[in-house]
Design a protein around this ligand. Structure first.
Ligand code: NAD
Ligand code: MG
Length: 385
């Protein structure tokens, strides 16, 4: 039986994780939800709490926490709030596994809290590894904690590596990218791209921030950094290939040039479930793959000239230290401004590139230093417009 703390319960990944929990229960696989956390969507969180009966619920927003307390007075439930509450939920005593599916850097401290408490960590919150990769992986090593990837590409690589003889047998990782809604667009069209167009992803239905990241290809840049930390490989051994159909979720090329790919319909419930049931495989809600119906799969080089965020992230990874934290922080601020209609689409790569270049690549020795690099990058973006 898994005893789960779920952070980001009201989001795209969080809601699908609870679907997975229901599906597992229907097969007699018990997953007890011990803690739920989110920012502020009180009504949905209340419905989830009434269905899954967690011991604790954490709301980042104190006003929402107050509202939640009033609505659930008939239940015996510990209601936590703020960053402290989020960290308490992440390290909740009776849970053994924490699924971190909050969006953004706000997930860093809860991730560290879960690791510090020795929880198995299922990680969707990629910004955590991008900004604080050295701290997170070092803490996991010290506490003997496993990090199970939920991001579909990293789950794919993790699946391809099952039974692999070790890191020296791996020549490179090949991450696939859908290319997003603006694949093939030229600079003129990109300059006029609207938030509405950027939010229309061709193959995946996700939260707003990651959907914009897919349109800029920042998402793939973040994922290269995420892969470097998860699998302990340098930037030079991580390739990116555009694959429009999102059927091959990523690949591993081994020393003998044999390539193993993980394929499936684009459905996040499979990687979420695998992180919860690994190393076992059991029936999931993901649909069967029908290859003849697809007919063909296509692959292209990424367009690095028009989608500069990819190389900005790879450069930040190569420079190391606090550079990735700055790139990530600048991107979070820039995406917010783009969604508010305050900057154009092409301002995102420009601002992220400048903020990353301004950050000295000094080592990320403490959480405070990572948070400070993040704050500086956000401030730079806001002040530049
Ligand atoms: P989303 O916007 O749909 O949901 C975000 C969740 O985080 C919500 O529950 C929200 O309440 C919570 N949250 C946001 N700010 C918070 C705060 N300050 N305190 C507490 N909770 C807070 O996002 P999503 O699409 O589910 O993505 C979540 C994470 O998973 C991201 O890091 C994303 O990159 C990653 N991811 C998502 C997908 C996907 O298919 N959606 C795929 C791969 C990776
Ligand atoms: Mg992904």
């Amino acid at each position: 039986m898994t005893k789960l703390a779920l952070l980001g319960a009201t989001g795209s990944i969080g809601v699908q994780a609870l679907e997975v929990v229901r599906g597992l229960a229907a097969q007699g696989e018990r997953v007890e939800v011990k803690a739920l956390a989110a920012r502020s969507r009180v009504q949905l969180l209340e419905r989830q709490a009434r269905e899954f009966r967690p011991e604790a619920v954490a709301l980042f927003d104190p006003t929402a926490a107050k509202d939640f307390r009033e609505r659930t007075r008939d239940m015996s439930i510990t209601v936590l709030e703020g960053m402290e509450g989020l960290c308490q939920a992440a390290a909740w005593d009776s849970a053994d596994t924490t699924l971190n599916a909050v969006v953004g850097m706000v997930g860093l401290q809860p991730t560290l809290a879960a690791i510090g408490a020795g929880k198995r960590l299922a990680l969707a919150n990629k910004e955590t590894l991008v900004a604080g990769g050295s701290l997170v992986t070092e803490a996991a090593r010290q506490n003997g904690v496993e990090i199970l990837p939920v991001d579909s590409e990293h789950s794919a690589i993790f699946q391809c590596l099952q039974g692999s003889p070790g890191r020296q047998a791996v020549k490179k990782l090949i991450l696939t990218a859908s290319g997003g809604p603006f694949f093939g667009w030229d600079a003129q069209r990109l300059a006029a791209a609207t938030p509405e167009q950027a939010l229309a992803h061709p193959t995946w239905d996700m939260g707003a921030k990651i959907t914009i990241d897919c349109a800029t290809m920042m998402n793939k840049g973040l994922e290269v950094i995420e892969a470097a930390w998860l699998f302990g490989l340098p930037a030079g051994q991580i390739d990116v290939v555009v694959h429009r159909e999102s059927i091959v979720h990523s690949m591993v090329q081994f020393a003998d040039n044999g390539v193993i790919a993980q394929m499936g319909t684009p459905d996040m419930r499979l990687p979420i479930q695998y992180a919860l049931t690994w190393p076992r495989r059991i029936p999931s809600p993901a649909g069967e793959l029908d290859l003849p119906a697809l007919g063909k799969l296509t692959f292209y080089q990424p367009d690095r000239e028009h989608f500069r965020c990819l190389d900005v992230c790879i450069d930040a990874l190569k420079r190391g230290g606090l550079a990735p934290a700055a790139a990530n922080g600048a991107n979070e601020a820039a995406v917010e401004l783009f969604l508010q209609g305050r900057i154009s689409f092409l301002e995102i790569p420009r601002l992220v590139g400048e903020a990353a270049a301004r950050q000295a690549a000094v080592p990320a020795a403490t959480v405070e230093e990572v948070l400070e690099a993040d704050r500086r990058a956000r401030a730079f973006v806001r002040e530049s417009i």
